[in-house]
Design a protein around this ligand. Structure first.
Ligand code: SF4
Ligand code: SF4
Length: 73
């Protein structure tokens, strides 16, 4: 069975701390500081982490106000 591929366009979602909607609906997605943590001014990037849990439902892509998420089944 082919696993869905979730991609994040970081030019559309620069810092997840300003939104975080996708994080609230799905445990597949996590967020990490871009570059060394505890440094001022670094963005927090959404990452599809627990990809084996992804059902390909597409809710994250539908919910994202920046159209930053794509789900390819
Ligand atoms: S497609 Fe569904 S299961 Fe997969 S990351 Fe998005 S919301 Fe989560
Ligand atoms: S919903 Fe979209 S804009 Fe909001 S944190 Fe997730 S990827 Fe970024």
């Amino acid at each position: 069975m082919r696993m869905p591929v979730v991609k994040i366009d970081h030019s559309r979602c620069v810092d997840s701390r300003e939104c975080g909607k996708c994080l609230g609906i799905c445990p597949v997605l996590t967020t990490y500081p871009e570059g060394p943590p505890f440094k001022e001014g670094v963005g927090w990037r959404i990452s599809p982490t627990f990809v084996s849990l992804c059902t390909g439902c597409g809710e994250c892509a539908r919910l994202c106000p920046e159209s930053a998420i794509s789900v390819d089944e």
